[in-house]
Design a protein around this ligand. Structure first.
Ligand code: GLY
Ligand code: MN
Ligand code: MN
Length: 357
């Protein structure tokens, strides 16, 4: 599996007129090598790839890393680069500019005086954005655990219970069900807090009449789910129902529209136009969605009015419109979709009609 990914990376190295590529973004290291630990570096020097890690990962690297020569570093990983033959001659060496600090770059320059260092972006990401069947199966499993746990905890959402208690309960149950862990800090935003798109679960206690936004998900074998549901604790008011109905209409329209060949900017517009037409355009201040990827809940492609990408089969995206009204509350609904040959498959099976608890 990783051998194909490496082959694609070698082709891009050639296309970018490089000789060598240093990969230091851990999610990219994992994607190309299989290594899931916290300290690893890849040097792609076609037809060879070196994987560098430290003593703590000797056993794990032997087990996980495929198609690479494993090197256990004596010091920090960058210092080890000097020992590799590909750096002893004049070579064009790409490095991941979005993931390399100024300090690291200075260190690399000093260590590799013969290398002509070239900043690159999106090489591994452009391969990883299209998921294969094995990856989609992991995303499905993450989505299933996420759905199941939400349904399990809904009955615990009662007046007097803290937002944080529900967030913790969800995390615990996800891990019990086989997840690696939460895919981000859960948002449980109740009452007026629900107007904060990223209102991390707090000590606030639920009250009757609250709108409550739950945004949650887990990683399964590195692949994330990212789901949002908004509920009302008690009977919904007319205004709560109205705002919910607008967000739902926008969300359903975008889910329906998602298909290969569509510019993600256009997909954003499908949902945004509905919200604008209802007069709440200023209350939907974030993009419609984002890609989901290995070890990353925010990945490519982006789905916003400023995006420049086009959907392809194998892309996995969220669709998450929202309306946020300060001093009142907010509603967001978010599903995870795989783009298929003709349209899309929704991995999130939770119902979307307004739930009154
Ligand atoms: N959970 C963060 C987001 O929906 O993007
Ligand atoms: Mn989310
Ligand atoms: Mn999201």
């Amino acid at each position: 599996m990783t051998v194909n990914r490496l082959k694609q990376a070698y082709a891009l190295i050639k296309k970018n007129k490089l000789n060598v590529l240093i990969i230091n973004k851990l999610s990219n290291v994992r994607y190309l090598s299989g290594f899931s630990g916290s300290n690893g570096l890849l040097v792609l020097a076609p037809p060879k790839t070196y994987f560098l890690t430290d003593f703590r990962y000797v056993v794990q690297a032997r087990k996980e890393v495929k198609n690479c020569q494993v090197i256990i570093a004596e010091r920090d990983l960058l210092s080890e680069l000097v020992k590799l033959p590909c750096f002893r001659k004049k070579n064009k060496v790409g490095f991941e500019s979005a993931n390399t600090t100024v300090k690291e770059l200075d260190q690399i320059k000093e260590l590799l005086p013969k290398a002509s260092l070239i900043p690159v972006e999106n090489i591994v990401e452009s391969i990883a954005v299209v998921k294969d069947t094995g990856e989609i199966n992991k995303l499905k499993k993450a989505a299933k655990i996420t759905d199941t746990v939400f349904e399990e905890v809904l009955g615990m959402v009662k007046p007097g219970v803290k937002e944080r208690d529900i967030a913790l309960e969800m995390q615990y149950r996800m891990i019990k069900r086989g997840a690696d862990g939460p895919s981000f800090d859960f948002i449980v935003a109740s009452g007026q807090r629900s107007s904060m798109p990223h209102g991390i679960a707090s000590d606030r206690k639920f009250k009757k009449g609250d709108l409550i936004t739950f945004d949650f998900g887990c990683f399964y074998n590195g692949y994330p789910a990212d789901v949002t549901r908004t509920v009302v604790l008690g009977k919904a008011t007319a205004r709560q129902k109205k705002i919910y109905a607008i967000v739902l209409k926008a969300q359903l329209a975008a889910v329906e529209a998602a298909r290969p060949g569509l510019a993600t900017r256009e997909l954003d517009k499908v949902a945004r136009d509905i919200i604008i037409r209802e007069g709440y355009g200023d209350n939907f201040g974030h993009g419609l969605g984002h890609g989901l990827g290995l070890d990353q809940v925010h990945s490519q492609p982006t789905v916003s009015s400023r995006s420049n990408e086009t959907l392809e089969p194998g892309h996995v995206i969220t669709i998450e419109p929202g309306i946020y009204i300060p001093n009142w509350g907010g509603v967001r609904i978010e599903d995870d979709l795989v783009i298929t040959g003709k349209g899309s498959q929704n991995l999130t099976k939770l119902p979307k009609d307004l739930i009154e608890l």
